[in-house]
Design a protein around this ligand. Structure first.
Ligand code: MG
Ligand code: MG
Length: 262
């Protein structure tokens, strides 16, 4: 069952989303050659807890960290570690914050140092896929329109789409109905209504779409070892169209978001 949100609930989701978005924006600035992914995790946890929120991922089905840190061929759910980011890596940071009982969920893939044009384009197309998917998050469209938008754009660039992991509804819980695949047929699936909130998260691979899980039980990697890009926003469907709750308006001072969230 897809849970619609009231105006009041949407307000809370906006605050949670803005916090998650701001944390991610700050984390992006910390990424660089020689930085460990665990340092990014520590920074995320501090920012989230300082803002009076909880790192949603920590303890979620036993996940031990505050962010998912997925480098290169790691698709999603990577463990932060003492791995030092190096020149040419791409680093996916996935971050969730629970504020006053509501969750914001957002991810970005950050190029580290000088990344090859081939891989930079993969990241760019993943971002474009998300933008296109967001434009389908309107009342009257169907769930299949979201997946179709991602699929058409990614496959148009000869990339493959991860099928084993999908986006999701979001609210008081991080994962609510419906599942939101990054593939689909226009006009198919449930009708999208105002009040729904979706976490849309394209996972786009340079090579095969097949994945496997490493021995840690969490880290998802591409089967062929080629890079994967992952981006995500939490989006509220309103009568006026999509409102991207985890997008921080450019020029908005960090202090404003943090102040508004305490
Ligand atoms: Mg996420
Ligand atoms: Mg998600």
């Amino acid at each position: 069952m897809i849970i619609g949100k009231s105006k009041r609930e949407l307000e809370k989701m906006r605050a949670a989303g803005q916090l998650a978005g701001l944390v991610l924006q700050e984390l992006r600035k910390l990424v660089g050659v020689g930085v460990t992914t665990f340092e990014i995790d520590r920074a995320a946890e501090k920012m989230i807890t300082d803002a009076g929120a909880l790192p949603t991922f920590k303890g979620y089905h036993g996940f031990p960290y505050s962010i998912c840190a997925s480098v290169n061929e790691q698709v999603v759910h990577g463990f932060p570690s003492d791995y030092k980011l190096k020149d040419g890596d791409i680093f996916s940071i996935d971050c969730g914050a629970t504020l006053e009982g509501f969750v914001g969920d957002t991810a970005t893939t950050v190029p580290v140092g000088a990344v090859s044009d081939e891989v930079l384009q993969l990241v760019r197309v993943a971002e474009e896929c998300l933008e296109r998917a967001i434009q389908e998050c309107r009342p009257g469209r169907h769930l299949g329109d979201i997946g179709a938008a991602v699929q058409q754009h990614a496959e148009g660039h000869d990339y493959s789409i991860v099928r084993d992991y999908v986006g999701h509804g979001i609210g008081r819980r991080m994962h609510e109905d419906p599942q939101i695949p990054n593939y689909g047929k226009p006009g198919q699936g449930p009708k999208i209504k105002a009040g729904y909130v979706f976490a849309v998260e394209p996972m786009i691979n340079l090579g095969t779409h097949h994945t496997k899980v490493l021995a840690d039980g969490w880290t998802v990697v591409t089967l062929d070892g080629k890079p994967s890009a992952h981006v995500e926003h939490t989006i509220a469907i309103t009568e006026e169209g999509p409102e991207v709750l985890t997008k921080v308006a450019s020029g908005k001072p960090s202090e404003a978001v943090f102040a508004g969230s305490t």
